[in-house]
Design a protein around this ligand. Sequence first.
Ligand code: ZN
Ligand code: ZN
Ligand code: ZN
Length: 372
Amino acid sequence: QYLIQTFGNKTELPVTCGDKDGILHVEKYNDMEKCILSEDQWFKPNEFERFGGKGRNKKWKTSIFCDIFPLQKLIEFSISVFFIFCFLSVCEFVVESNSRNNDDNGDVVDEDDKDIIDMTMFEDLILSVTCGSGSGILHKCRFATGRCGRCIRTKDFWLTPEDFIRLNMPDGTWRKDILSNGIPLGKLIMKRVLELHMITCDCKLCEDLDQDLNDDMCYVCDSEEDLLCCDECPRAFHSLCHLPAVHEDSPGQWSCTFCVMKKMEGSNQKTLQDVLSSPVSQYTLHCQYLLLHLLHESKTNVPGFSQNIFGLGRMKLKLENNDYQTVQEFVTDIELIFNNCCTSSEGSDVSIMTSRLKEVFKREFETIFKLL
Ligand SMILES: [Zn+2]
Ligand SMILES: [Zn+2]
Ligand SMILES: [Zn+2]
């Protein structure tokens, strides 16, 4: 009670360490910045500990005091406030934290210096996440709770945090065991990088759990609206971005070229020469697949690259108009585009992108044609 009255909503706290006085700015502390101002200098807590002559303690939480309390006490206090908040708002959280040991408060407090996190790593709208050997991309705008909101895009699915855990670490808990840049999601919620929805929330994400199985953006052009969703994979396309173009009134299930290609019966292995001299009509799907791949992989903000790679869009038209006779002609056109990009200096973003694209093309070409 005394703590709540004294420190409940203070934004600045007077602190001492050894013979030094300072002011701790709570918001800066929460944002993991240098947060203690003393003698006109800003310090991180561990730096202030050294400044106060207590560096050898290496435990700033107990060597920096606020009033008669070591910071440790205040941090525990603020965490318990956080837990109370969650208790009131998210029953799911309570179930999970109750099932934990008492000495385990969800890894929200790291030891010492680890508490200072570079928050700029988490500013993007998407975060790479890992769990065990699994990895994916978490889209912040799709995040709701562990159970709701398919926010993690893996190679093959959109998953909720709980789905992601189930798949990669069945004994784990999503708050502790899904990490982004080494930081657990639970901590990112505390740091307000992720906004946890309440159990009573009736937003689109929380209400309809069968939604959002597909991407929000076109796989080819990255813009939204009027997307056609594949029924087998998470990809979505504009009807004209896909190859072949899709007539929207075609009823029933629809599978994208990637999924159709995946199910193709493995034909006999061929030599490169055989493939190149074959008519495109024999390998239409293969060529469409390759071009879609390249269009997807070439989406980037690298200046100069988009213009150079513009030719891929023209190739799409040529392929649709049956302008290519042999596979060789198709491949020559692609190589021409790569060569145009290669005129830029080595080591530049454009040339790095181009080599990556070349690699993708080579790998996919060899895979789908099952070259000897
Ligand atoms: Zn919600
Ligand atoms: Zn599109
Ligand atoms: Zn698909």
